[in-house]
Design a protein around this ligand. Structure first.
Ligand code: NM2
Ligand code: OGA
Ligand code: ZN
Ligand code: ZN
Length: 392
C-alpha cells in the first residue's frame, strides 16, 4: 500500500490555528503531522481499539463496551474525513465502523517517546541544594484554594515530597490530612502512630536514637506508598530531619555501576518486623523497576532487613552493590537537612524519598511527631481531579 496523504482543513477555515497540518496513511499507520513539524505514527489497530464512539464506550461513564479480542484483526481506514478542523474521522474496513479522534485526544495519548515521557510527568531529582527552595505550601492556603492544593500535589509528584506549614498542632490532625488526599491505611501501628521516645520501645523509631535515612515498612506487602509525619512538639535538642532522594541516587548507581545496579533490582532482600502482636515479612528488591526499566521504588531499611535469602553464589557481589548504593545514600550532598517546627507536616513518597533523623535528648525537652500512611493512588487521583478543574 502506498502512502496516501490528506491535507487537513487549514487554519484560515477555522478560528484558531489548526494543530494538525497533514494526515498520511501508510500500510499500518495513520501519520499525523503537527503544526510544529512533529509527526506521530499511530497504528491502525491501536486507533480502532481506542475508538471513543458511543458503541465503543458508554457515554454515561466512559467505560469500554468492547474487548480488543472482538475487534477486526487488521482494521484499515477506508476513508478519512478531515472536514472539521483538528478532528480526524475514520471509516474503517472491514466493518464500516466510524471513529472520530480530536487533536487534543491524539496529542494526549500520542505514542512518541516525548509524549510518553510527558505523561509520566516531570520528575526533579534533588539533593541538599534545594534547602532554600523547598516544595512548601501553607496548609491554610490548601484548605481555601484548589489552585494551592493543585500546586502542592504537583510539587509532591515532582519532588517526591511536600512540606505543609501551619497544620494545626492537634492530635489526629495527621489522619485528617491523610484522608483529605487519600485513604489512611490502618496498620499494626494503628490509624496513626506517635513517634516519641518510649521506655520499652518495640521499634527503634520510638527511642532517642538517630535513624539513618530509610523507607518505612518494607516488611509490609505492599509497602505503604506515602508517609505523613506531623510535628507537634520539637523542644528537645537534636532530632533534625534528613530527607534523601532515593531516585536520584538510584539513577547515579545505574550510571556508575550498571552491574551492581542490576543486582539490586534483580535480587530481593527479606524484610521483617516482629513483636508480640505482629509478625510481618516481605521480600522486595532494594531498587524496584517497572517492566520498561523505569524506577518504581527504593526499599531501604537496615533496621528491618532479615538475613538475605538469595543464592549463595550471589551474596558477595550483592553485598558489594548494596554497600556502594548505601554509601551514595549517605553522602552529604544528597542529604536535605531540615528542622521541623510544630505545625510542619511532611508528606513523602515512601517509594522514592528516604527519611531519617539525628539523635535527640528527651531529658532536655519534648519531641513528638504523629505519623500515618496512605496509598499513592488516592493522592494521584486527587491531583487528576484538581487538574480537571484547572482545565489541564
Ligand atoms: N513506625 C514509626 O518502618 C519502620 O519500622 C519505621 C515505623 C514504627 C510506624 C518505623
Ligand atoms: C519513623 C521515622 C523520623 C523522626 O518514625 O519512621 O523515621 O523524625 N521518624 O522521628
Ligand atoms: Zn467506536
Ligand atoms: Zn521512618
Amino acid at each position: 500500500v502506498s502512502a496516501i496523504s490528506f491535507n487537513a482543513k487549514t487554519a484560515a477555515e477555522s478560528e484558531s490555528p489548526a494543530l494538525i497540518r497533514r494526515v498520511t496513511v501508510t500500510a499500518r499507520r495513520l501519520v499525523v503531522e503537527w503544526r510544529d513539524g512533529e509527526e506521530s505514527a499511530l497504528p491502525f489497530l491501536w486507533l480502532r481499539d481506542s475508538c471513543l464512539c458511543p458503541f465503543c464506550r458508554d457515554p454515561r461513564n466512559g467505560q469500554r463496551l468492547v474487548d480488543a479480542i472482538d475487534l477486526p484483526i487488521e482494521p484499515v481506514p477506508r476513508r478519512l474525513d478531515l472536514s472539521v478542523s483538528d478532528e480526524i474521522g475514520v471509516e474503517w474496513l472491514p466493518d464500516g465502523h466510524l471513529s472520530r479522534y480530536t487533536a487534543a485526544w491524539l496529542a494526549a495519548y500520542d505514542l512518541t517517546d516525548s509524549a510518553r515521557a510527558r505523561r509520566r510527568g516531570r520528575v526533579r531529582l534533588w539533593g541538599w541544594e534545594i534547602v532554600d527552595e523547598l516544595p512548601r505550601v501553607e496548609w491554610s492556603e490548601v484548605t481555601l484554594d484548589a489552585a494551592a492544593e493543585w500546586r502542592a500535589l504537583s510539587l509532591f509528584k515532582e519532588f517526591g515530597f511536600v512540606l505543609f506549614a501551619g497544620v494545626p498542632t492537634e492530635s489526629g490532625m495527621v489522619t485528617r490530612v491523610g484522608d483529605h488526599f487519600g485513604h489512611v491505611r490502618v496498620t499494626n501501628y494503628g490509624r496513626h502512630f506517635d513517634v516519641v521516645s518510649l521506655p520499652n520501645p518495640d521499634n527503634l523509631a520510638y527511642t532517642e536514637a538517630a535513624l539513618a535515612a530509610h523507607t518505612d515498612n518494607p516488611y509490609r506487602d505492599p509497602a505503604p506508598g506515602v508517609q505523613l509525619l506531623h510535628c507537634l512538639e520539637a523542644d528537645a535538642p537534636g532530632g533534625d530531619s534528613i530527607l534523601v532522594d532515593g531516585f536520584r541516587l538510584a539513577e547515579e548507581m545505574r550510571r556508575a555501576d550498571p552491574a551492581g545496579f542490576e543486582l539490586l533490582t534483580r535480587l530481593a532482600l527479606s524484610f521483617r518486623f516482629a513483636n508480640a502482636t505482629a509478625d510481618l515479612a516481605a521480600r522486595a528488591p532494594v531498587i524496584a523497576l517497572d517492566c520498561e526499566g523505569q524506577l518504581v521504588a527504593v526499599h531501604f531499611n537496615s533496621r528491618s532487613a532479615d538475613a538475605p535469602d538469595m543464592p549463595a553464589e550471589a551474596v558477595e557481589s550483592w553485598y558489594a552493590a548494596y554497600r556502594r548504593f548505601a554509601n551514595l545514600l549517605r553522602a552529604p550532598e544528597g542529604e536535605l537537612r531540615l528542622r521541623l517546627d510544630p505545625g510542619d507536616l511532611l508528606m513523602m513518597s515512601n517509594a522514592r524519598v528516604l527519611h531519617g533523623r539525628t539523635a535527640f535528648d528527651a531529658s532536655l525537652g519534648r519531641r513528638h511527631l504523629q505519623g500515618c500512611y496512605i496509598d499513592i493512588d488516592g493522592v494521584l487521583s486527587r491531583l487528576r481531579l484538581l487538574s480537571r478543574e484547572a482545565g489541564g
